[in-house]
Structures are given as C-alpha cells and as structure tokens.
Design a protein around this ligand. Structure first.
Ligand SMILES: C[S@@+](CC[C@H](N)C(=O)[O-])C[C@H]1O[C@@H](n2cnc3c(N)ncnc32)[C@H](O)[C@@H]1O
Length: 339
C-alpha cells in the first residue's frame, strides 16, 4: 500500500501508517523544522507548500492519501479565524486538498481534523467525496479509545471503494502507564503550547486545559510543565524520536501530531476492508470449481429428466450452446452470496 501524506508535520500519522505496513511515497510539509524531523526519522519528506506541487505524475499510483489540512479556522483557540470560517481561503486547506485528491485519485483518501470541522465537512467535503468514491465515512474518534494514554477527539473522513468499519475499541491506557505520573486516567489533550505558561490559573484544578494541568494535580500542585519526552510519550511517539528545531518548534510538532497509535488503528481498519476484498477475490477460483460441480449436476439432471422445451435427443447440444451462460449464472449467484 503506497501512501502520500499531506501536511505531514513531524510524522505522527506517517509513523502510524508505517506501523500498519504502509509505504510512503512522499510526506509533504512546509515547516522547515517539521520537515527536518521527517527526514531524521527516515521519511521521504518533501519540504514544500502543498499548493505548489504538481501531482499529475502520481495519478493512479497511490493507495492511500492521508491529509491533515490546516484547521486554524475551526480551532477553539482561534476565535477570529473561526468567525471567518470556511471563507478564510488561506487557512482553509480543504478545497486545495480535495483538488489534490481529484488529480491523484488515490484508492483511499483519509482526512484528519479537529472535531469542530464537522459541520463544514458534512456540508462541503462529504458531498465532494461522494462524487469520487462509493463509500464515505465520518468518524469522531477519541484517541483514548484506541490505545493512546490521552483524551484527544479528532474527526476522520474515510473515502474509498469499499465500506470500512471504524477501528475497534482498545483497552485504556493511563498517564501512569505512559509516563509514571500518578494519574490513573488518560491525560487531557497534549497541546502545542504545552511548553509555555504556568499551570497557576486558579481554575486549573477545576478545568483541565492540558496534560500539564493533570500533571500538576497528580503531583499535588508541583508546578512543573511536562517535558517534551513526556508529551511525546502521551502522543505515543517512540522514545528518542528525533524532533528537530527550537524547543517551541518541537513542542508544537508534538502537540500538532496525530498520535501514531491512533493513525495505525485507522490504517488497520483500511487494511481489514482491503483484506476482506482480497478474501473474496481469492475465493473466486474455489467458487468457480464449485460452480462447475453445480453445472455438472444440472447437466446430469437435464439428461435424466429433459424438461419441456428441450429436445431429449439434443440435451448435449443444449448444454454446448448454453453451458457458458449457465456457468456464469451459477458463479454470479454464488458470488452475490459471498461475504
Ligand atoms: C495538524 S499538523 C499535521 C500533523 C501531522 N499529520 C502529524 O500527524 O504529525 C498540520 C501541518 O500542516 C502544515 N502545513 C500547513 N499548511 C501547509 C501547506 N500549505 N503546505 C504544507 N504544509 C502545511 C503545518 O506546518 C503543520 O505541520
């Protein structure tokens, strides 16, 4: 399965796809420090603006296109952009991402975004995808339900040639499991600005804003922020993942990422859908053999009891003339009944 990853960031989604056995053709990212991380991690980074590339050469060669279009227009933190919403063409990456899909025509297109994008996605994105794909699903997945020690709900749009079931729920992992902090729940969302500010807002213990707040509660108010390594572990990046750039760049890459374990769960759902199709394809020869046996039995019955309309002297001629059609009919019927 060959993948094209747009808006690849530090490679959270890329890692998950890789873990699920997908092979990257290109990971497009314009931020120099994130692109440096991709290169250091061994991904085929293309440091460029998604809008500036010509994708024609990839047409028909990509199995999975994964895109996390910029979502500032919907992020809760960005009230101004939210008012401008979908009309904010510079910040709204969906139209140009859909244009890449139209050119590349990947077998599957997977989009990840913040949950606030749902109304826009339902109204504008799904109808466009339905023009290109026979099956389009929209899922709201909480990473905590898929083996990530963090509550992080994200929107996924999956378009492809077959129906695909959302990934199954996995056992919960807690903050204690991941970073040995005594907090027996998944961490609140790891944010891009985890590194700055202080968890000293008097309301921090009432409303958990980010993973550092949970740390502060768990350690009874010890005022320390989560380290980059701790944030990365809560996002399920492997220890020692080579984040590049200044400290704020690295925290931003971690906070922006799709948790690799969640991306892997989504990628495996695609694999399951594809393998279901492969199972049917593989079973076709067996169905053919079975059809031959059914046909042989039908011919024997025809010979023993020639029905009205068939000359008893010409059963063999009838079978010779119509055998192929009968066989097709049997195979099609069996196929229709295949899982
Ligand atoms: C939400 S992050 C993606 C996270 C990534 N999928 C991951 O799993 O780590 C969005 C990324 O898109 C990049 N980006 C935004 N606009 C872009 C553009 N026009 N061309 C290329 N990259 C862009 C940003 O630099 C940022 O790294």
């Amino acid at each position: 399965m060959r993948t094209l990853d747009l808006f690849a960031g530090a490679g959270g989604a890329a890692l998950g796809l890789h873990e699920a056995g997908f092979e990257h053709v290109a990971c497009v990212e314009r931020d120099p420090s994130a692109a440096a991380t991709l290169r250091a991690a061994g991904f085929p980074a293309v440091e460029a603006d998604v809008r500036d590339l010509d994708y024609a050469a990839l047409a028909g060669t990509i199995d999975v296109l994964w895109a996390s279009p910029p979502c500032q227009a919907w992020s809760q933190a960005n009230q101004h952009a939210q008012r401008k919403g979908a009309a904010d063409v510079e910040r709204n990456g969906w139209p140009w991402t859909l244009q890449v899909v139209r050119v590349v025509r990947p077998r599957w297109a997977i989009f990840e975004n913040v949950r606030n994008a749902r109304p826009y996605v339902d109204r504008y994105v799904v109808p466009e995808l339905r023009k290109l794909y026979s099956h389009v699903s929209v899922w709201l997945l909480n990473a905590a339900d898929h083996g990530v020690p963090q509550s992080r709900t994200r929107l996924f749009v999956v378009a492809g040639p077959r129906p695909v079931a959302a990934p199954p729920i996995a056992p919960r992992r807690t903050m204690r499991d991941a970073i040995a902090v005594p907090w027996d729940r998944p961490a609140p969302c790891v944010m891009t600005n985890e590194w700055k500010g202080r968890p000293t807002d008097p309301s921090w213990w009432k409303k958990l804003n980010n993973a550092s707040d949970a740390l502060a509660i768990a350690t009874k108010g010890a005022r320390r922020k989560l380290t980059l390594g701790e944030c990365a572990a809560l996002q399920t990046f492997p220890a020692g993942y080579p984040f590049a750039g200044a400290v704020e760049d690295r925290y931003r890459q971690v906070g922006n990422a799709v948790p690799p374990t969640l991306a892997a769960a989504v990628a495996r759902a695609i694999r399951v859908a594809e393998e279901g199709a492969a199972t049917i394809r593989e079973s076709l020869p067996a169905l053919g053999a079975f059809a031959d046996r059914v046909l042989a039995r039908a011919v024997a019955l025809l010979r023993a009891h020639p029905p009205y309309g068939i000359d008893p002297e010409d059963v063999d001629g009838f079978v010779a003339r119509h055998g192929d059609r009968l066989r097709d009919l049997v195979t099609t019927t069996l196929n229709r009944r295949a899982p």
